[in-house]
Design a protein around this ligand. Structure first.
Ligand SMILES: [Zn+2]
Length: 359
């Protein structure tokens, strides 16, 4: 840990001041940043942050240092941003907050530069809550991120500026099996898809030869042309191909009507149409070896307060489709929604709640 901004020997020794009997708690809060942190924790929204840099502020409280943090924050519905905060960290926890670590944080939605680490209790609880985010998101570019979520399975998240929804993230998966890899949904654009294909080639030494699109919209299939140019074979519902063609968009090549299993060097991808919902052509993909369900736009994230884009949705039949998913995949280890953070079966229940509110 460098002394980038420390005041070294002149550091404030609060333990000593406690001995001389100052009225210190307000002052401790100010020098440790706890006064601001407490407000942000109480009112802010949860997010994850990757530690970019830490430094010793020179302030200590009973031997524990106040550490400065430069963080890259990843929150629902916003592009990642970089900000700073400070926190009192127990000496024994310092190994856990080194650069590269992912930490739960809260941020002020009105002023996202106000960031606080989650309370130490919350940080302790985090792994037990089943979050499978060992390293956190990896930035490829400002509009493209990948994050390991299971053995050989990466979440990819790309961002596109939309008139109605602002800078909007969309999820897909990269499934790696030896030298082969599959994309479950492309990023929004051909350009992002090319960059993702390059990342997989360079960092995973694998080539994307299989692409599945889970419906015809741009957040799933917008990079299909780039994937085809790179030599991948694509799969989708016959209805998805029709809808894409009708819009003049690139359609998937191999078409099916209900279910299809794809083998990828020993791994299987189970493509299933479970019923209409977000659109009439939205499928899910089940990865049986790691028990991960890619729910796509049928499934809303825990932080979602709306059903998203519903102009083409079948709101009447969507609930039955979610119930079918609960029955078949309720035990999934991880469920990945089309937009927002992955979670467990609670995402299915939350989607049902949102649907019932609409009726
Ligand atoms: Zn869609």
């Amino acid at each position: 840990m460098g002394m980038r901004r420390g005041n070294g020997a002149g550091g404030v020794c609060i333990a000593l001041m406690a001995l001389v009997g100052c009225s210190i708690s307000g002052m401790v809060d100010r020098v440790t940043g706890e006064d601001v942190n407490r407000q942000v924790r109480a009112q802010g929204l949860p997010a994850h942050a990757t530690v970019l840099e830490i430094w010793d502020t020179g302030v200590k409280v009973n031997d524990d240092p106040v550490i400065g943090f430069r963080l890259e924050v990843h929150a629902e519905g916003r592009p990642p941003w970089v900000g700073e905060t400070k926190a009192l960290v127990s000496l024994i926890h310092i190994p856990r907050v080194q650069p590269g670590a992912t930490l739960p944080v809260r941020y002020d939605p009105a002023e996202p530069s106000r960031i606080a680490l989650a309370s130490e209790e919350e940080r302790e609880l985090e792994p037990a809550a089943g979050t499978i985010l060992p390293t956190g998101p990896v930035r490829i570019d400002d509009d493209l991120f990948v994050e390991p979520i299971a053995d050989g399975v990466w979440l990819h998240t790309s961002y596109l500026q939309l008139e109605r929804f602002g800078n909007t993230p969309a999820n897909g998966l990269v499934v790696v099996a030896g030298r082969d890899a599959a994309l479950i949904d492309t990023p929004w654009t051909d350009d992002q898809t090319r960059r993702l294909i390059t990342w997989v080639a360079e960092r995973q030494q694998a080539s994307i030869n299989t692409v599945v699109v889970t419906h015809s919209h741009q957040d799933c299939a917008g990079g299909l042309r780039a994937a085809h140019r790179a030599g991948a074979r694509s799969y989708g519902l016959a209805r998805t191909a029709e809808l894409a063609e009708a819009r003049g968009a690139e359609p998937p090549q191999v078409r099916f009507t209900d279910r299809l299993d794809i083998q990828l060097s020993g791994r299987s991808l189970e493509l299933r149409f479970m019923g209409p919902g977000h659109t009439e052509d939205t499928i899910v993909v089940w990865l049986p070896d790691v028990q991960v369900l890619f729910g796509g736009c049928l499934v809303r994230s825990a932080a979602a307060t709306t059903l998203g884009y519903t102009a083409e949705a079948d709101l009447a039949r969507w609930p039955a489709t979610i119930e079918a998913l609960q029955k078949r995949y309720g035990q999934a280890r991880l469920i990945v929604p089309g937009h927002g953070r992955p979670g467990g079966a609670e995402l299915l229940a939350h989607t049902l709640d949102l649907l019932r509110e609409r009726q």
